[in-house]
Ligand binder design. Structure first.
Ligand SMILES: Cc1cc2nc3c(=O)[nH]c(=O)nc-3n(C[C@H](O)[C@H](O)[C@H](O)COP(=O)(O)OP(=O)(O)OC[C@H]3O[C@@H](n4cnc5c(N)ncnc54)[C@H](O)[C@@H]3O)c2cc1C
Length: 376
């Protein structure tokens, strides 16, 4: 294992070549039937453990959290290769891209150094507890409450989260709770152990038939003081910093996954309708170009902000168009084959305009914060 040798365009190319050779020699393909979500989460852990042990999973992350350094683009290349080979489900693969930068920026350094390697190395799965039954798009209205504990050693948290992806598998949760007055300034963030007394997780079934997310109930849960992320009241800033990460390297991985599905559509004999395939390809290519520009900004040390809402709008549109095309060109496949990948992909693509901020909210952000069009 060498320390951060992969810099510059030549370095990225070398990284990709060496990684491909390694993946050719070490077959990490899922064994047979994926066994549903349990199988996908197990496969994710297996792939991560192998890539961590061989060093690949460490590139692009700083030494402070067990990384080997180098540009963040190395993580984009790794995720792209993993997605192109179908080694892990792209959504759950990419969660580290959201949670780890947040931990690096906001957790006490000793906490990040201790726990991040467990996530990157496949020992643990984590989740993100933001949404609540009355607070999705209007996240700032959240009402889960954290109050200082009587012994002064931490916090007591009570409330309910919903749509928490993979909560039933998670060892930790990046959780938002209210510690002060109503509004943005009264929100704080915590890293909560999911096995703490007082936490109940109830999985929810999605329309594509898996329990991908869950309700999480918190009943007077003790959270130790060092688990506060940032300072009291930093929760909104953390959320605003975290959400653009859902729209950068994560998308690069997802785009690679969608290209593999377009290739599959061609392999399934759909080349007879070049117009429809061309339109699907064009949407994919557009978001790939946009996402490449976002990657370049990240590589230049830029902070991501509301402009990533454009990426989200393009990604959701491209994903839905691709699966709409599959539905049109493979009549009956989506509707009549409950176990086929096309059906799952089609149904999941409907969520693309909801998760990580709905399409309407993204357009509001573009109108207000990028185009300065005013509130209404
Ligand atoms: C697959 C999936 C995974 C998810 N994973 C997580 C997770 O891990 N952690 C987590 O915290 N959350 C997660 N979510 C929740 C997601 O962030 C919310 O569903 C999303 O923010 C929308 O909130 P809501 O569901 O409460 O809808 P609402 O906010 O109630 O919105 C309902 C409808 O009203 C529209 N609307 C609302 N306000 C406005 C407005 N001001 N202007 C115009 N239109 C508006 C919306 O666009 C939407 O069409 C996940 C969701 C999905 C689908």
């Amino acid at each position: 294992m060498r320390n951060s040798p992969f810099t510059g365009p030549a370095g990225l190319g070398a990284f990709r070549r060496e990684l491909r050779d390694w993946l050719d020699e070490h077959d990490l393909s899922p064994a047979g039937d994926d066994g549903g979500l349990d199988g996908q989460v197990g496969q994710l852990a297996r792939v991560r453990r192998a890539l961590w042990a061989a060093g690949w999973m460490r590139y692009g992350w700083p030494a402070e959290v067990g990384g080997l350094g180098g540009p963040s683009a190395l993580r984009a290349v790794l995720g792209e290769e993993v997605a192109a080979r179908d080694l892990a489900e792209p959504g759950i693969w990419s969660m580290v891209e959201v949670l780890v930068p947040t931990l690096i920026d906001y957790a006490p350094p000793a906490l990040a150094a201790e726990l991040v390697p467990r996530l990157l190395g496949g020992e643990e799965q984590w989740c993100q507890g933001f949404s609540e039954p009355g607070s999705g798009s209007d996240l700032a209205s959240l009402s889960t409450r954290a109050v200082p504990s009587a012994d002064g050693e931490g916090w007591r948290v009570s409330g309910q989260k919903v749509w928490t992806s993979l909560a039933q598998y998670a060892a930790r949760c990046v959780l938002l709770a209210r510690t002060g007055s109503p509004g943005h300034a009264g929100i704080s963030a915590f890293l909560v152990d999911m096995d703490s007394p007082g936490i109940t997780v109830r999985p929810l079934r999605t329309m594509h038939g898996v329990d991908e997310f869950a309700e999480v109930f918190l009943d007077d849960v003790h959270v130790p003081a060092p688990r506060l992320l940032g300072a009291p009241g930093d929760g909104w800033r953390l959320a605003m910093d975290l959400l653009p990460h859902e729209r950068s390297t994560c998308f690069w991985h997802r785009i690679a996954h969608l290209y593999s599905r377009l290739d599959r559509l061609l392999a399934d004999g759909c080349e007879a309708d070049p117009d429809a395939l061309g339109a699907a390809w064009l949407d994919l290519h557009t978001i790939r170009c946009r996402s490449a520009a976002t990657q370049a900004r990240l590589a230049g040390g830029g902070r991501l902000g509301p402009e990533t809402s454009v990426d989200k709008i393009l990604l959701a549109g491209a994903e839905q168009r691709l699966f709409d095309t599959a539905r049109d060109l493979l009549p009956g496949t989506v509707e009549l084959s409950p176990h086929a990948g096309w059906r799952t992909g089609y149904l999941y693509s409907r969520a693309a305009t909801i998760y990580g901020g709905t399409a309407e909210i993204q357009r509001n952000i573009v109108a207000r914060r990028l185009l300065d069009l005013g509130k209404e």
